[in-house]
Design a protein around this ligand. Sequence first.
Ligand code: PEP
Ligand code: MN
Length: 286
Amino acid sequence: MKDAKLSIKSHPTHQTTLQLRDSITVGGRDLLIIGGPCAVESLQQMETVASQLANAPIQALRGGVYKPRTSPYSFQGLGAAGLKILDQIRQRHQVPVVTEVMSISQIEEIAAHVDMLQVGSRNMQNFDLLKALGKIDKPVLLKRGLAATIEEFVMAAEYILSHGNSQVVLCERGIRSFDHYTRNVLDLGAVVALKQLTHLPVIVDPSHAAGKRELVAGLAKAAIAAGADGLIIECHPIPEKSVSDARQALSLTDMAELAHSLSAIAEAMGRRVPTRTLEVPQLAVA
Ligand code: PEP
Ligand code: MN
C-alpha cells in the first residue's frame, strides 16, 4: 500500500484522535459508542431513543435520513424533515448525531445539522463524494464497502485525507460471503490489521454484520476485545416495527444493557466506556 501516504502509519505509535464535541475524543482511551435506529422515522421515535438512552454510556446517536435501500420501492428516508428532527434532538439532549450522506449535493445541508457524516458501504468508492468530504471540516465515518479489500478501504480513506480532511473514522461492518445465516461476515481480522496499518480510529458495526439482533451483543464485545475504538449499533423503541433493518435492531433496554456491559472488556484492553458528559450551556448569572 505504498500510495497510502496519509492514512498509513508513519510512526508505529502515532494514533489520530478527533473531537466529536469538546468533551468527546475519538481514538483515545475512551471508546465511542453510537446507538440509534437505522432510519429516523419521527420526532417522537427519536425523542424516545434519546431520553431512554440518556443514562446509558452512549456518546452519540445515529439515524439515517437519506437511506440507500436495495429496492427503489422501499422507504428512502425522511430527507430534510429527518435532518430537522436530528438537529432538534442534538440540541435538546445535547448529544452528537451521525447520519449518512449519499451524494455531494447533500453535504452542505447535512453538515449544517449533524456532528459526523457517515459514508455508507455502497458509497465507499464514490470517489467524487470522498473528495468533496475531504474539503469539509467535520468528522467522517467511512464504512467498509460490501466487498472491499482492506487495501481498497484504506485508499478510500486516503481520498478524504488527501483532500484536506484528517477527521476520518473507519468502520468495519461485515463483508459479503457465501453463508447467509449472518447478513455479512464481521471481519475482526480487518480491525486488527487496520489498527496496525493506519493511525485512524476504527469502530465496528455489529448490527449490519450480524443482521440478527441476538448476535449483536456477542460481536460487539468481540470487537472491543479485538481493539476497536468504538461501536455503532442499531436500536429502536419497538424493534420489530422498525421501517428498515428491523431484524437486527436491539430494544432500547438491550442497547443500554449492552453499553453498560462493555466496561469490563474495555478495561481489560486498557480502554474506558465513558459516561455521557452533557455539555449543558452555561447560563449567564444576572
Ligand atoms: C446503515 O448504517 O444504516 C447502513 C446502511 O449501513 P451500511 O452502509 O454499512 O450498509
Ligand atoms: Mn441499517
